[in-house]
Ligand binder design. Structure first.
Ligand code: CLF
Ligand code: SF4
Length: 292
């Protein structure tokens, strides 16, 4: 049965538009059920969507699991090739685990086949890895910007963990060890892991190849090196963002180590449709226009 499961997950990867650039005719839907976050990244302003996996500067309306389920059903009827349901904020999927879990349970009862995908900062991954697998999540993204707590200390203002707020290198060390152990737990069970890395010039840009080598050694499937899009009011609002050319150059170097993603669209936390044709705004408008 382990072999059957492995084959099933391989099939799902083939129709996942983020994990396979050849799967561009397939669509995904993000269900924005996760408003809270347990980390403060210096490039993020929390009233907007989590820029670890979403377009920063966008504010998404949060849904209850029941509302999210209704949206899934109505979108599934209209969007052909809808292969993936993702939970990508607007905060952290695992800092809102109850609602993330309920949403996936509702959908799984209705649709036994659709691929479940989730993105997280990884802080709570060791705690929930096993539950995610039981819920049928096959693809998990963790944003890991550094594998050295001294560098992490410059990227994260704080983490809230076990009721305590940690800062500096302590915060970086706890976050990193949970991210790495979380990925180990998932990868050992055949879950496909992607690591997002936000390029922060002068902070982690020269360190990124080391992050990628570590991810390769943990059995990650792909890394997605992204530009930072500056957000007004964030601690990094004045950090000069890396250009597409600079990001592509880092991807090319890291491509010698492992598979790289070049087609990320830095989607909204309520994205709907194909990566090259997002229809979330239409879907939002329509839903607001419908009688309550
Ligand atoms: Fe969504 Fe992310 Fe799953 Fe894709 S997005 S949770 S892996 S289904 Fe994709 Fe969008 Fe880039 Fe993310 S293009 S921001 S990588
Ligand atoms: Fe913002 Fe996402 Fe970082 Fe939380 S994990 S602080 S939502 S970028």
């Amino acid at each position: 049965t382990a072999a059957i499961k492995k084959r099933e997950i391989e099939e799902k990867t083939k129709t996942h538009p983020c994990y396979n650039c050849g799967a561009h005719e397939y669509a995904r839907i993000h269900l924005p059920v996760a408003p809270h976050c347990n980390v403060q990244c210096n490039y993020c302003v929390r009233k907007f969507d989590c820029p670890n996996e979403s377009r920063p500067g966008v504010t998404t309306k949060v849904m209850t699991p029941e509302e999210a389920f209704d949206r899934y059903i109505s979108v599934k009827e209209k969007v052909p090739n809808l292969s993936v349901v993702g939970i990508a904020g607007p905060g952290d999927a695992l800092a809102n685990f109850g609602d993330t879990k309920r949403t996936l349970e509702l959908i799984r009862e209705y649709d036994p086949k659709v691929t479940f995908c989730l993105s997280t900062n990884g802080l709570m991954l060791p705690k929930y890895a096993d539950e995610l697998i039981k819920l049928g999540v096959s693809h998990v993204t963790v944003t890991i910007n550094a594998v050295d707590p001294r560098i992490s200390a410059k990227i994260y203002k704080f983490i809230d963990y076990m009721g305590i707020r940690f800062t500096g290198e302590n915060a970086g060390a706890i976050l990193l060890s949970n991210q790495l152990n979380g990925i180990r737990l998932l990868a050992s069970q055949g879950i496909i892991c992607k690591v997002n890395i936000v390029t922060l010039k002068g902070i982690n840009d020269t360190h990124i190849p080391e992050v990628v080598s570590k991810m390769k050694s943990l059995g990650c499937y792909v890394t997605n090196i992204m530009p930072m899009i500056p957000v007004k009011g964030s601690a990094f609002e004045n950090l000069v963002p890396a250009s597409n050319k600079e990001v592509n150059a880092i991807r090319d170097i890291c491509g010698e180590t492992m598979l790289q993603m070049y087609h990320c669209r830095q989607c909204r936390a309520d994205a709907v449709g194909r990566l090259d044709n997002d229809i979330s705004l239409e879907v939002n408008e329509k839903q607001q226009g419908e009688p309550a």
